[in-house]
Design a protein around this ligand. Structure first.
Ligand SMILES: Cc1cc2nc3c(=O)[nH]c(=O)nc-3n(C[C@H](O)[C@H](O)[C@H](O)COP(=O)(O)OP(=O)(O)OC[C@H]3O[C@@H](n4cnc5c(N)ncnc54)[C@H](O)[C@@H]3O)c2cc1C
Length: 433
């Protein structure tokens, strides 16, 4: 009987350490260096953050998103999930543990598809936490449908020349290199005619036109770049994987990235539940604690139920990835986690905000930010609608339509079939009466 919901005691010790370390040492960084986790560290920040990273290394928990076979020191996705749900509490935690998106996904595809030279140049510094990277796929006119991308690369001697526009390339402004998805052969299906390139950000012609901000950020001071690639020349060995491999590579990257977000979302939603429960047990109104009001009890129960289901599902999906070592095979469940994730975080954070009254809506509490984060999750790495289509298609694969006049579950037909199956016995019984 192999179903087992226990963590092995050795790893649990590490998780307990991580839990305390994140709460005591890492969460304070969110308040002294807010939203600066992708900014290269100056000397004073390094004095605080480098020792924390060293401590994580000493504990053997640094950059655990890649297993040893891919150059990392990870223990698989299930153990990563248990760690990531702790890291999800803090903006800075993934960075301090060397597992921040989008670098994790980018590292993963370089580990899978990179040449030894590309790994030395890009993967090792990424795994060492000494470099940031950006994934440059979405275009201003098309996001959810990558077959519509127009950014082109053509061969000129032993160089590729890239031209086009990319939008929402997160962290490009601090990244050392970009992974760019471009059309290399417009005459075949986009699934075979697009390729990925590793492009250093300081290559002439890589023009960051604007750094688009999310709601609440100042105009042009955000982290999501609009980039004009203008006659960007890169050598042949800038190609990642083979020519025409972009879709295959993107699936590897996005599969891992999506489930990692789901893991961290568990931690964020748990933090909202923690806040909701503390407030419910602290605030009195109309003669009793909020915790004694049935509406509030309903919020708590619904939130617990939603999170526990989501958590078990994410852990199960992580276990499947470890078991099959094939994102494609686990695609349905990764997409399902991606679909459910924004709703779980939104609902729980919204209830926690409501329980905090006016205070909950202010910029002195993190709750409204979580709701905004939930909205963003419904788009980043692909819109919810597209993932629902994936889930439905995969589910439908296990079914066949019927040519019969009535559905298979039509009760009169079932009765006739059951009577026919047991005809002999039924006749005997009737005979005995
Ligand atoms: C915070 C954040 C970070 C991001 N980071 C990156 C990054 O680093 N690199 C990168 O390349 N991109 C990034 N993106 C872009 C993201 O991948 C795209 O936003 C996403 O793929 C959707 O593309 P779009 O915004 O162009 O929406 P569109 O493709 O225009 O879709 C708009 C809407 O149309 C509907 N829709 C679309 N397709 C379907 C369908 N098949 N069926 C039903 N309805 C549909 C959905 O409601 C969808 O939200 C990021 C986005 C966000 C919000």
């Amino acid at each position: 009987m192999a179903w087992d919901f226990e963590t092995d005691p050795e790893y649990q010790k590490k998780l307990d350490w991580a839990d305390e370390f994140v709460r005591e040492e890492v969460e304070p960084l969110d308040y002294v260096f807010p939203h600066m986790q992708f900014t290269p560290l100056d000397d004073s920040a390094r004095k605080i953050i480098d020792p924390l990273k060293d401590e994580v290394r000493r504990q053997g928990l640094w950059a655990t998103h890649l297993g040893p076979e891919l150059g990392g020191q990870g223990f698989g996705q299930l153990k990563l999930a248990l760690l990531n749900e702790i890291l999800g509490r803090s903006q800075w935690a993934s960075n301090v543990f060397g597992t921040q998106a989008p670098d994790t996904g980018n590292a993963e595809i370089i580990a899978h598809y990179g040449t030894p030279e590309q790994k030395a140049k890009y993967l090792q510094p990424l795994l060492d936490g000494e470099m940031f990277s950006s994934y440059s796929m979405t275009e201003p006119h098309a996001g959810a449908d990558p077959t519509m991308f127009k950014t082109r690369a053509f061969k000129d001697g032993d160089e590729w020349v890239i031209n086009g526009w990319k939008y929402f390339s997160s962290n490009a402004k601090t990244a050392s290199f970009l992974i760019v998805m471009v059309v290399t052969n417009p005459d075949v299906s986009p699934y075979k005619g697009m390729s990925m390139f590793l492009v250093p950000t300081d290559t002439p012609g890589v023009n960051i036109v604007r750094n688009v901000g999310l709601s609440g950020e100042r105009l042009n001071e955000g982290s999501h770049a609009l980039i004009h690639y203008e006659d960007v020349r890169v050598p042949e060995d800038a190609l990642l994987g083979g020519e025409g491999q972009a879709f295959v590579i993107a699936q590897t990257r996005l599969g891992g990235g999506r489930i990692h977000h789901a893991m961290r979302t568990i931690g964020m939603a748990q933090k909202a539940i923690d806040m909701m429960c503390e407030r419910a047990l602290s605030r009195e109104t109309q003669g009793s604690l909020l915790a004694d009001k049935q509406f509030v009890q309903g919020y708590i129960a619904d939130s617990y139920a939603q999170l526990v289901q989501f958590r078990l599902f994410v852990l199960y999906t992580a276990w499947e990835i470890d078991k099959y070592n094939d994102y494609k095979r686990v695609r349905k469940d990764i997409a399902t986690a991606k679909v459910v994730m924004p709703t779980v975080l939104h609902d729980i954070a919204w209830r926690a905000m409501q329980v905090h009254g006016a205070l909950g809506t202010t910029n002195e509490m993190p709750l409204f930010g979580m709701i905004h984060g939930a909205a963003v999750m419904g788009l980043a790495d692909g819109p919810t609608e597209v993932h629902k289509v994936t889930v439905a298609r995969q589910v439908l694969r296990d079914y066949r339509g019927t040519d019969a006049m009535w559905p298979t579950a039509w009760i009169p037909g079932k009765i006739d079939a059951a009577k026919a199956k047991f005809a002999d016995l039924l006749e005997l019984e009737v005979g005995n009466l």
